[in-house]
Design a protein around this ligand. Structure first.
Ligand SMILES: Cc1ncc(COP(=O)(O)O)c(C=O)c1O
Length: 385
């Protein structure tokens, strides 16, 4: 009998199963029946901004062989990313500290392998983005899950971290976060980063939803700690999910270790996507229109969902998610979501993916789809109630 590795036991990413169920439901609909409204997916309904597409098309026509790039990416893109930190955060980051990756997803194993050893304890709060736990586990690292609730807007606090004895080897934070759509405000992130520095804890800050913040300003961990690793991506604000392109901002001590890992694991991120990503930095006007649309959908849903019986919603501070506590309606969010899909034609994600202990009483609405659909979903759910 051939051996199968422990990584083969990685759990599924359940939202992918929900997407498949919504696709199947849509395919089975009679012609002319109202379409399934997609609120389960966490990806913008828009494509890459026009300037990024034009740059990619020009590169394809140019005769450039578009071969491998250096492991950390094209110099020009790394310089654009460094300039982005000056423009958005007033922070000087050298291009040498920027690693272009295969999405944020490609950044996680690089960061985890460079910063931690198998057996290390990495803290994070639940609810969490499922791949954090699944990747750590596949790499033999031990996630330490801290339950967070509405008191801390589902985010970690220094008080929560102080209770960890001994302190963990690492801490993962995300702000704005998935699934709760809440933020660590700049002073809170600063306090968490300072706690990490005091306790020798490596901070990994997932900043993929920066730019999609509606009420509070954002801070980057790169300006708050000299040892933090920042993970970011072109998938959300830049609306380029399928281009599979992201980046890390690395502390000096991890630059060369991550480069060696990147050379071996990925060689480079897709060249054509790097060209497009460079141009995306010139498309802020188009991207701001997307953000304005998310904000309008958010504002509408915050008014309309309570009328549809979803009265306990997380503060929707950022990203494009609303996390609803449905304990007053069901204690089985998977069955509840399946019924919502079958009866109201609205696909949403049950909380079980994000919180193994409490997820059965939560669900996540994603409002990055077309505005007209988001309004129609609220109306359907009100009628379905
Ligand atoms: C919090 C968070 N981090 C990372 C990712 C992965 O993004 P990417 O497409 O850049 O791999 C996602 C995707 O939904 C996410 O929600």
């Amino acid at each position: 009998m051939l051996k199968i590795g422990s990584g083969a036991g990685a759990p599924p990413f359940i939202v992918m199963d929900v997407i498949a169920a919504a696709n199947a439901r849509q395919a089975a609909l009679a012609p002319g029946a109202p379409h399934v409204i997609r609120m389960e997916v966490g990806q913008p309904g828009t494509g890459a901004p026009a300037g990024a597409v034009a740059a990619a098309a020009a590169a394809l026509r140019s005769g450039d062989p578009l071969g491998y790039t250096e492991a950390f990416g094209r110099r020009a893109l790394r310089e654009r990313i460094a300039a982005h930190y000056r423009a958005w955060y007033g922070l000087a980051v050298t291009p040498e500290r920027v690693a272009v990756t295969v999405g944020a997803s490609g950044g996680f194993p690089l960061a985890f392998l460079a910063a931690f050893d198998p057996g290390d304890r990495i803290a994070l709060t639940s609810p969490f983005y499922p791949p954090y736990v699944n990747i750590l586990t596949a790499l033999g690292m031990r996630p330490v899950v801290l339950e967070a609730g509405p008191e801390t807007r589902f985010q970690p606090s220094v008080a929560m971290l102080e209770r960890l004895d001994p302190p963990p080897d690492g801490l993962i934070v995300a702000s704005p976060c998935n699934p709760a759509g809440t933020m660590l405000h700049p002073d809170e992130l600063a306090a968490v980063a300072a706690w990490c520095d005091r306790n020798g804890v490596r901070l990994i800050s997932d900043e993929i939803y920066h730019g999609l913040n509606y009420d509070s300003p954002i801070a980057t961990a790169a300006s708050l700690s000299g040892s933090a690793v920042v993970v970011n991506s072109f998938s959300k604000y830049f609306s380029m999910t399928g281009w599979r392109i992201g980046w890390l901002v690395l502390p000096e001590d991890l630059v060369r270790p991550v480069e060696r890992l990147a050379q071996n694991l990925f060689i480079s991120a897709p060249h054509i996507s790097q060209v497009a990503a460079e141009a995306a930095f010139d498309c802020h006007e188009e991207l701001a229109a997307n953000v304005a649309r998310y904000r309008r959908s958010r504002d509408h849903l915050l008014r309309a969902l309570p009328e549809a019986g979803f009265t306990r919603l997380s503060p929707a501070e950022g990203a494009f998610y609303l996390f609803a506590d449905i304990a007053d309606r069901s204690n089985d969010s998977t069955a509840f979501c399946a019924r919502m899909l079958a009866e109201a034609g609205v696909a949403v994600t049950p909380g079980v993916d994000f919180d193994h202990a409490r997820g059965a009483r939560f669900l996540r609405f994603s409002y990055c789809g077309p505005e007209v659909d988001m309004r129609a979903a609220a109306a359907r759910l009100k009628a379905w109630r």
